[in-house]
Ligand binder design. Sequence first.
Ligand code: SF4
Length: 156
Amino acid sequence: MLYYTEICLSPYEVPGEQSICIYISGCCNRCKNCHYPELQLPEHGDVLSKRISDIIDLYYSQASCVCFLGEGTGRQEEKEELVRFAEFAQQKGLKTCLYSGRDTFIEEWMKEFDYIKIGSYQEDFGALDSQTTNQRMYRKNANGEFEDITFLFWCE
Ligand code: SF4
């Protein structure tokens, strides 16, 4: 079961979108110098399934996207929950984004999302806004293929 700690509206997490950002706890990645250690606590915050409908109803007129920051503990049931929440947001006309902190490829279940960020935080390489980052942001195109748009985070 997914838990969340915080919600905000932000134009920064997904390029070109105003996102409802939902911070999900239970992260197992243990990145050195984690930017948000509270997200590593299991079952921390409120149960997301009880609030997701209200959250989207409250903010959707101001937003174009729902961004899920984290995958919880990574259990299969939580992945299925995220996919259900993404489908719900899409039915409301919103794009969806998944922030995974794992060093992985685009997994089949992730393809439900319009944007996918993958990669752990590695201080030496920097976050998405660093040109040396190991992290990647992908956007689904009209053919359902994912294109690397990480460069959109880089300022000249
Ligand atoms: S993925 Fe994010 S929340 Fe999780 S340990 Fe790494 S920096 Fe912290």
